[in-house]
Ligand binder design. Structure first.
Ligand SMILES: Cc1cc2nc3c(=O)[nH]c(=O)nc-3n(C[C@H](O)[C@H](O)[C@H](O)COP(=O)(O)OP(=O)(O)OC[C@H]3O[C@@H](n4cnc5c(N)ncnc54)[C@H](O)[C@@H]3O)c2cc1C
Ligand code: FES
Length: 340
């Protein structure tokens, strides 16, 4: 005989928004399912963005990493809402501050997809294109979760293509040799079926008049291509400055797409690649992307900034931009925390 699953009520204090959470789902999943906006990032207990204080109620902390939520914080009453499952009704203290430029939330949905193409771009990066059974609306800069046919695992990937093509999603993925998902990229077959859930993420391109600073290394290029494609299609009049860090000349992916975007956007797009091991004839920036930005940028106050890719790089650039005066609500992170 199957046992009924308990359902609880969660309320956010002080704004009073309330929603249902069943005992077998995370508080964050329940909120997103019902269109309730909460802060979050990785959705796997690794980034701490979804750390909230529970004024009342008990949760099971599930897979929250001890680095993101210490024992002491658990005892004080904090929880990572992407991992926490309710054991009672909850009162959650809001994190304060609201984003006046947040777009209406797009409710995550489940869609089936097939591999349309897979291609190697550099020694480490691959481009995966999936055709979807139905369109998946998203904002440029958002990500989806993919479940491959060979294992019941979920991995997050930022979408590289424009929202104007919601039937065919492109991704730039780094192959991690021992990775449960990404190690299989070279042997993917056309037509293989994936489950797609999304969209997720709050680091999507905001409307506004501010110049836009984009910064990435490696596969962090993925959401930035989507942002730039959308900006080009919309004839967005803001200046976009894109700093990209790689090791060698051969590690620079998608140069053809970036040249096309440059053509479309003209002087509104400034692309600044920086190489740590550029060839002798490389006449662009040298060194880490953080150093290139440090040299190039004086005052960060006027900017919106989107930092994408390795968490350590995002943190270093974020600290630099804060020191240069960027406003906190104009700084957006898409940190690629590993799921394990
Ligand atoms: C919001 C979000 C968006 C993301 N978007 C992208 C994206 O657009 N493109 C992309 O390539 N990835 C992206 N990622 C990372 C992605 O979700 C996976 O974590 C990554 O592809 C590794 O998964 P895997 O199953 O291959 O490796 P796993 O089986 O999860 O990991 C195997 C081992 O490799 C280590 N590992 C994982 N990732 C790396 C890495 N990058 N470098 C070195 N070691 C690693 C793990 O710690 C583990 O020890 C994103 C992550 C998040 C949270
Ligand atoms: S720890 Fe919950 S979203 Fe990253």
């Amino acid at each position: 005989m199957s046992q009924a699953i308990s359902t609880y009520r969660a309320r956010i204090d002080p704004d009073g928004t309330s929603f249902e959470v069943s005992a077998n789902e995370s508080v964050l999943d329940a909120a997103l399912r019902q269109g309730v906006a909460l802060n979050y990032g990785c959705r796997h207990g690794n980034c701490s963005s979804c750390k909230y204080f529970l004024q009342e109620g008990d949760v099971d902390h599930g897979g929250a990493s001890i680095y993101s939520l210490s024992e002491a914080q658990r005892e004080e009453g904090y929880a990572l809402l992407c991992c926490a499952r309710p054991a009672s009704d909850l009162v959650i203290e809001g994190q304060g501050g609201s984003d006046a430029r947040a777009a209406p939330m797009l409710l995550p949905r489940d869609v089936v997809a097939e591999v349309e193409s897979i291609a190697q771009l550099t020694s480490a990066l691959w481009r995966l294109v999936l055709t979807l059974s139905e369109p998946l609306p998203f904002y440029p800069g958002q990500f989806v979760e993919l479940t491959p046919p060979w294992a019941a695992l979920r991995r997050s990937y930022s979408i590289a293509s424009s929202p104007s093509r919601p039937f065919a999603l492109e991704f730039i993925i780094k192959r991690v040799p021992e990775g449960a998902f990404s190690s299989q990229l070279p042997v993917l077959a056309i037509g293989e079926r994936f489950a797609v859930r999304g969209p997720f993420g709050t680091s999507y391109l905001r409307a506004g008049a501010e110049p836009v600073l984009l910064c990435a290394t490696g596969s962090g290029l993925s959401p930035i291509l989507s942002i730039l494609a959308a900006a080009a299609e919309r004839n967005d009049q803001r200046p976009f400055i894109f700093h990209y860090g790689a090791r060698t000349n051969e590690d620079l992916p998608c140069q053809h797409e970036l040249a096309e975007l440059q053509e479309l956007m003209g002087s509104r797009l400034s692309y600044v690649p920086s190489l740590t091991r550029g060839s002798a004839d490389w006449n662009g920036q040298r060194g880490r992307v953080t150093h290139a930005l440090q040299r190039a940028l004086g005052d960060a106050r006027p900017f919106d900034a989107y930092l994408c890719g390795a968490p350590a790089m995002c943190d270093a650039v974020g600290t630099l931009l804060e020191a240069k005066g960027i406003r906190a609500d104009h700084l957006f992170y898409d940190k690629f925390h590993p799921a394990v």
